[in-house]
Write a protein that binds this ligand. Structure first.
Ligand SMILES: [Zn+2]
Length: 288
């Protein structure tokens, strides 16, 4: 049994791309972004913890890495290497999966919007694979990416319009709204998901749609594996949702979820046992 514990923790550090362990000095405690109250501990993951808001049940990491420590993590090129976004061969299993998700997600977006392709923004555009595929389908695309490595690759090798930094700092004129905003595997990373979704809402046309993917805490692997759930990764995944808390959060930001895909056989989510794909619309008149 001891051996399996060791292996599990080694895998977790390897997956996080961090060589040295974090200490308490790298962490801060936070409150629920919806209710402003501290969470109650679910798992002790020292120096981190998984907690749950006693009011709305949104789960989050507290203590968690400070924004300075987090930036150091994202500036680390190894963050992308070995993952699904790195410079891998076109036919590697990870890249084939990426293209399958991308095609499935673009199909769902087309079904939901029902209109001709308009302006599409991807937040957290990584190496630009999804943006390039959306452009091939006729969208006018723009991206925002925190990692300099990913942003530079997108600009230089794919000729994409990608801003390196936070969405709030992106030089998009207020009048310039998007018809589609996507953020794949991003909402679990952002410091304040309510502020993030409000920013999304403010950039979305009144008849616009948004699409996201995110791990979820009510998935079978998360429930079965508990604190050993491989996607828990407390350094990077600082908010953990369920369909219910995701709906609540979206509603507070003036967004309404219209569909959630949890099936691991749906093309948009294929093989993903612990992640969901959600689509939604702006609530007209809710933009502040
Ligand atoms: Zn709450």
């Amino acid at each position: 049994m001891g051996e399996s514990v060791d292996r599990s923790s080694t895998e977790r550090s390897a997956a996080s791309g961090v060589a040295s362990p974090w200490t308490e000095a790298d962490t801060e405690t936070v409150v629920c972004c919806l209710c402003g109250v501290p969470g109650r501990q679910v798992y002790d993951l020292a120096p981190f913890g998984l907690v749950k808001c006693p009011v709305c049940e949104l789960a989050f990491i507290s203590p968690r890495l400070t924004s300075d420590a987090l930036q150091r993590l994202y500036d680390e090129p190894a963050y992308f290497e070995g993952g699904v976004y790195g410079a891998q061969s076109k036919w590697s299993p990870a890249m084939v999966l990426q293209r399958t998700w991308t095609a499935g997600r673009l199909d769902r977006i087309a079904e939901e919007s029902g209109a001709t392709p308009g302006r599409l923004l991807e937040i957290g555009s990584g190496y630009g694979l999804f943006l390039a595929a959306a452009r091939d389908r006729g969208y006018r695309v723009a991206g925002v990416e925190l990692s300099r490595t990913g942003a530079t690759h997108s600009q230089r090798n794919l000729d994409l319009d990608v801003f390196c930094g936070q969405l709030a700092d992106a030089p998009v004129p207020d009048a310039d709204k998007f018809d589609v905003i996507c953020f794949w595997d991003t909402l679990e990373h952002v410091p304040d998901p309510l502020a993030f979704l409000q920013e999304v809402r403010s950039r979305l046309a009144d008849d616009g749609i948004f699409a996201l993917s995110v791990p979820y805490l009510s998935s079978l692997p998360a429930r079965l594996l508990g604190r050993r759930w491989w996607t828990l990764k407390p350094e990077q995944h600082i908010w953990h949702y369920t369909p219910a808390t995701l709906r609540l959060l979206a509603a507070k930001a003036g967004l309404s979820l219209t569909g959630i895909v949890t099936s691991p056989v749906s093309r948009s989510n294929v093989t993903r046992l612990d992640s969901l794909v959600a689509l939604g619309r702006a609530v007209p008149g809710s933009s502040s």
